[in-house]
Design a protein around this ligand. Structure first.
Ligand code: RP5
Length: 163
């Protein structure tokens, strides 16, 4: 199976990124994590993207906050799918990172998930890998069913409590 590359702009993004790694782990999807910044270590970020396909990656998650150019900078140097996680920082509640990540020019796509959307970033990668992997697709179906069952359980609990 191809692995998922996860790059974050700073180790201060770790709490958000760990949601993605936990999700990948729960599906048995291999991943590799790096701290590379589009601004502070642009050469390392570029080199990672340039060699990602030949190193066996199938998709890349890029998490960054503030003027979040990391996902775009990675996407500029690979044709692997890139998923951007805009990370919430102190001043602008993540709107800065959301707009910086999502507003890519035509030709260089970044699939942007919600602010701090670590779980969905991982699930999107898993869904891409599952296109050619029936066992992984089955695990995705099972998770959807389990998640739905939890909601229906809550439905019962709330109805019993309020009626
Ligand atoms: C971004 O700036 C990082 O992705 C992080 O979200 C934010 C703040 O970084 P630190 O100053 O905490 O290293 O590049």
């Amino acid at each position: 199976m191809r692995k998922v590359g996860i790059v974050m702009g700073s180790d201060s993004d770790l709490p958000i990124v760990s949601k993605a790694t936990e999700t990948l782990k729960s599906f048995g999807v291999p991943y590799e994590v790096h701290v590379y910044s589009a601004h502070r270590t642009p050469v390392e970020a570029r080199d990672f993207a340039l060699s990602a396909r030949e190193k066996g990656f199938g998709a890349i998650i890029a998490a960054a906050g503030m003027a979040a150019h990391l996902a775009g900078a990675i996407a500029a140097n690979t044709t692997l799918p890139v998923i951007g996680i805009p990370c919430k920082s102190t001043n602008l509640d993540g709107i800065d990172a959301l707009l910086s990540t999502v507003q890519m020019p035509s030709g260089i796509p970044v699939a942007t998930v919600a602010i701090n959307g670590g779980v969905n970033a991982a699930l999107l990668c898993i869904q891409m890998l599952a296109i050619e992997d029936a066992a992984l697709a089955e695990k995705l179906d099972a998770k959807r069913k389990a998640d739905a069952a939890k909601v229906l359980e809550k439905d019962k609990e709330v109805a019993e409590k309020l009626q």
